[in-house]
Design a protein around this ligand. Structure first.
Ligand code: HEC
Length: 481
């Protein structure tokens, strides 16, 4: 099922995540951009978002962003750029000579910026200078110009959920941040703001010392964030491609992160450094999910080209197709202790496969298929295998999340109460609880045996409407006018 352009604009107020949609939006942006050129014959006034921000994103924001403010300077929005860092405002509109940023990028002040890298290209320096001379115009949409942590007027679409391995914390995606909640839903513990607008996957290392968050800003950049979740500290961030990354997974030995990309590649990164290790171009369309094998040496990727592919995760080489399916694939997850995966997508059926094909078996033969589970009421977006290996949870465009017995494939329970698309499901480490999230912005916690709803909450602080705020005349401060 695909939505047309009109439908996309209609729903874009709350950004939409049906995986198919996520994929469609940036492509359209990319395609329409070049057409907007013809009338640009005469010189145009330089603008922050259009002309300056791309230069900063490319060269500066790896160090100057909310989670990593070198010299107390954040260059991700106009307002924060203007506010400047420890030495004061970073630019003075109309006066490049008095602007700190010019002094640092021309090496008049040391250390020259970008720190430790070759100087900016001469025309980029000229662009920044001309923009300041012409009054440092700001074309930011008002939301982007607003400062500090994301402000929510309504619950954000939830695209990723994960319990910490010790079972104390539930990490939930927000807008430009990850929110750490107490695992029983009794409260928000920490907010981890980052640079990427969207967080589409979250994973913890086995010892719980590392949390990765994969996502990005559509049509701008993909990002993998490496967090110390206990301290709430961003350790490093890796940027890749010019679009959001999907289905990030961490190898069981913790050494690598794999992601799927909108340029049809699978990419892997070294956890210790954030360095990109390799990219594999075996898919013919966007790659939406990845899962490592038990020994961390193999990797399965799934994508919109309907293919599930097996990759040598050490060498970074495509090995073979696990299978070619009937519809686009958007999710993959592995059995906790065996090299079996469950994959799912557009054709609504969760398939359980063995990762490896016995040597004598021909490609195309379906003998690695272990079983298939019941067809869902809608496309599949999210899958999880319980840590005790006994259950598989399936969520997607249908209204309920279904839990199956992993051994027999029989349905065990159906978790109801969601209003629309489900984009994330996660079992607790003891397998007794299932967390779900999606379009309606509610995190729901169910007991896994009978799908009893234990708790439902909005994971972000919501900004109250002034009219809905304090009761009239109540409290020491009196009523709100
Ligand atoms: C690798 C990290 C890194 C990168 C990339 C980087 N910076 Fe910096 N920046 C720093 C550090 C560290 C300081 C503090 C230097 C000092 O005060 O000695 C700094 C300081 C600054 C300051 C001074 C802020 C103040 O108020 O003290 C400005 C302005 C600045 N950077 C602009 C930029 C711009 C513009 C870019 C991109 C062209 C950039 N930086 C890229 C690390 C970086």
């Amino acid at each position: 099922m695909r939505m047309n352009v009109k439908a996309i604009t209609m729903v874009s107020v709350r950004w939409v995540v049906a995986v198919g949609l996520l994929c469609a939006v940036p492509i359209r942006v990319a395609q329409t951009a070049p057409q907007a050129k013809p009338q640009e014959a005469q010189p145009q006034t330089l603008e922050f978002t259009r002309d300056i921000r791309p230069i900063l994103d490319k060269n500066c924001t790896s160090c100057h962003q909310p989670a990593l403010k070198q010299a107390d300077l954040d260059l991700t929005t106009y307002a924060r750029f203007q506010a400047g860092g420890k030495r004061g405002p970073a630019f003075v509109a109309g006066s490049p000579e008095q602007s700190l940023v010019m002094q640092f990028i021309t090496a008049a002040l040391k250390p020259s910026m970008p720190l430790g890298q070759p100087p900016l290209a001469a025309n980029d320096v000229a662009t920044v200078r001309d923009w300041i001379s012409a009054g440092a115009r700001d074309d930011s949409p008002s939301e982007m110009a607003s400062s500090e942590a994301a402000v929510y007027h309504q619950p954000p679409v939830i695209t990723a959920l994960r319990f910490s391995p010790d079972g104390t914390t539930l990490a939930v995606s927000g807008n430009r941040e990850v929110l750490l909640h107490r695992a029983d839903g009794s409260g928000l513990v920490k907010r981890l703001p980052g640079r990427a607008d969207r967080i589409l996957s979250i994973a913890f290392s086995a010892d719980g010392n590392l949390m990765i968050a994969g996502g990005g800003t559509p049509a701008r950049f993909g990002e993998i964030q490496f967090w110390d979740p206990r301290e709430g500290k961003l350790l490093r961030a890796a940027e890749t491609t010019s679009d959001t990354v999907f289905g990030a997974s961490l190898s069981p030995d913790g050494s690598k992160v794999a992601v799927g990309c909108a340029d049809n590649t699978v990419r892997a990164f070294e956890t210790a450094t954030g360095k990109e290790l390799y990219k594999i171009s075996a898919h013919e369309n966007w790659v939406l999910g990845t899962a490592f094998g038990i020994d961390s040496k193999r990797l399965v990727s799934v994508g919109r080209d309907r293919a599930a592919k097996l990759i040598d995760a050490d060498a970074g080489q495509f090995l073979e197709n696990v299978n070619q399916m009937h519809g686009e694939l958007s999710a993959v997850t592995r059995h906790p202790t065996a090299d079996e995966i469950v994959i799912g997508g557009e054709d609504r059926i969760p398939y359980v496969y063995r990762m490896d094909r016995p040597r004598n078996m021909k490609v195309g033969e379906d003998a690695t298929l272990v079983r298939q589970l019941a067809a869902q009421d809608g496309a599949i977006f999210a899958l999880d295998w319980s840590p005790d290996g006994k259950r598989v949870a399936v969520g997607g465009a249908g209204p309920s999340v279904n839990i199956y017995d992993a051994e027999s494939g029989l349905p065990l329970a159906s978790c109801k109460g969601h209003t629309a698309g489900i984009y994330a499901v996660a079992f607790s480490p003891d397998s007794t609880r299932l967390a779900t999230g999606g379009f309606d912005g509610q995190v729901r916690l169910y007991s896994t045996t009978a799908c009893t709803l234990e708790k439902s909450f909005v994971p972000v602080p919501l900004l109250n409407h002034p009219t809905a705020q304090s009761p009239r005349g109540g409290g020491p401060g009196g009523g709100v006018q």
